[in-house]
Design a protein around this ligand. Structure first.
Ligand code: NAD
Ligand code: LMR
Length: 341
């Protein structure tokens, strides 16, 4: 009956007074799209973004299951208006007018795979989604989660360049999970609340390209060589630890949704004009000779306002940086060639 309309028809129901806008008196917010919203990351990330008071409209796009996910999340009594979009024909409507687009679409690893093993499937998915962004919301800030991040961010950049919409300040690879892990593991070793710990993690987002700068830990602390070796390896292999524990059922989804929501919130606060928002992210960069590199960036109204220098590295970290750069350069080239082949 018309008293219990399917969620997809809510906007047309005449009983609703202003169903299409936020509650009276609510502050205006940002429009956010999640591409891959039905997935292991997508669902909890959608939940967390629906809880974010800076979001006024939340568009959930996937090639499967968005009607159910959208119906479910739309019942949460928080401010954001939720709409679902299903399949390629609805991609453009999903993206129209968005301020921030978060991309967790793509296949995850199984035990024994590297992130680069996902390239063949995920490269094409990211290309198609970024073509849509270039067409429908070329000024949106884009958060790329899909692996291999070291290659998918260069792919996104090349798609935007081809479309004539590329602004390196608005394209950010999400490496927050590496920082979240580093803070957790270091907190355990130092006996500190992980919320009070901050470790910059630079380089990229795969194996040896993940470079936790333990010498720059906040609050300042020193580590034994054994602790440095254990912590560096645990952070670099954090993703694999979860892939193996899930034993074929996928990779990190819950901690990733937390990390992605944290990073998106930092982007939104920057867009709102908050000062001093600094996060690590994999971005177009001149911090090294490579065209992309993860380091601390300051976020502002239009995305990246400043890329911060790496700061002092000890000998162990300098050696790690050389290793990281070697692999990272190849992953960047692979992404660039995928679009320009
Ligand atoms: P998942 O398989 O559970 O979900 C992926 C979702 O993407 C599915 O719902 C699927 O339908 C959707 N999808 C596939 N093709 C699509 C398309 N063309 N358009 C829109 N949606 C599409 O996987 P997951 O666990 O959520 O992981 C997603 C991706 O995130 C993987 O590539 C994974 O490696 C990556 N990841 C990155 C990080 C990071 O730190 N950056 C962390 C964890 C996972
Ligand atoms: C992670 O770091 O957890 C993700 O990149 C997923 C993976 O494949 O490890």
């Amino acid at each position: 009956s018309h008293l219990q309309p399917p969620t997809s028809q809510m906007e047309e129901v005449s009983l609703l007074r202003g169903s299409n806008c936020r509650a009276k008196g609510a502050a205006p917010g940002f429009k956010v799209a999640i591409l891959g919203a039905s997935g292991g990351i997508g669902q909890p990330l959608s939940l967390l973004m629906k809880m974010n008071p800076l979001v006024s409209a939340l568009h959930l796009y996937d090639v499967v299951n968005t009607p159910g996910v959208t119906a479910d999340i739309s019942h949460m009594n928080t401010g954001a208006v939720v709409r679902g979009f299903l399949g390629q024909p609805q991609l453009e409507n999903a993206l129209c007018g968005m301020d921030l687009v978060i991309i967790p679409a793509g296949v995850p690893r199984k035990p024994g795979m590297t992130r680069d093993d996902l390239f063949n499937i995920n490269a094409g998915i990211v290309r198609t989604l970024c073509e849509g962004i270039a067409k429908c919301c070329p000024n949106a800030i884009v958060n790329v989660i899909s692996n291999p991040v070291n290659s998918t961010v260069p792919i996104a950049a090349e798609v935007f360049k081809k479309a004539g919409t590329y602004d390196p300040k608005r394209l950010l690879g999400v490496t927050t999970l590496d920082v979240v892990r580093a803070n957790t593991f270091v907190g355990e070793v130092l006996g500190l609340d992980p919320r009070d710990v901050n470790i910059p993690v630079v380089g990229g987002h795969a194996g040896v390209t993940i470079l936790p700068l333990l010498s720059q830990v906040n609050p300042p602390s020193s580590f034994t060589p054994e602790e440095i070796s254990y912590l560096t390896s645990r952070v670099q292999n954090g993703g694999t630890e979860v892939v193996e524990a899930k034993a074929g059922a996928g990779s990190a989804t819950l901690s990733m949704a937390y990390a992605a929501a944290k990073f998106a919130d930092a982007c939104l606060r920057g867009m709102r004009g908050d000062a001093g928002i600094v996060e690590c992210s994999y971005v177009a960069s001149q911090v090294t000779e490579l065209p992309f590199f993860a380091s601390k960036v300051r976020l502002g109204r239009h995305g990246i306002e400043e890329i911060l220098p790496l700061g002092p590295l000890n000998e162990f970290e300098r050696a790690g940086l050389e290793k990281a750069k070697k692999e990272l350069g190849q992953s960047i080239q692979k992404g660039v060639s995928f679009i320009n082949k």
